[in-house]
Design a protein around this ligand. Structure first.
Ligand SMILES: [Zn+2]
Length: 74
């Protein structure tokens, strides 16, 4: 996750969606469109490299469910 103090990048807060919004998913690739409606944004595909990824559009965090997303544990 990016540190806004280092990169100067701050995800724009979207009404009704907090940066702490966490959505548990079971796939490493998730499609996010902001939930549609007025909060929506163009669909983007986010890849979870480790345990979570944050959408740059709506700041939602997608958290990979433990044990999901393939069996690449050693
Ligand atoms: Zn999004």
């Amino acid at each position: 996750m990016r540190d806004p103090q280092i990169t100067g990048y701050t995800p724009k807060a979207t009404e009704g969606v907090t940066p702490d919004d966490r959505i548990t998913v079971e796939s490493r690739v998730v499609a996010c469109d902001g939930g549609g409606g007025t909060l929506g944004h163009p669909t983007v595909y986010l890849r979870i490299e480790q345990q979570q990824v944050t959408c740059p559009y709506c700041s939602r965090s997608y958290v990979l469910r433990e044990g999901a997303g393939g069996h690449d544990h050693h």
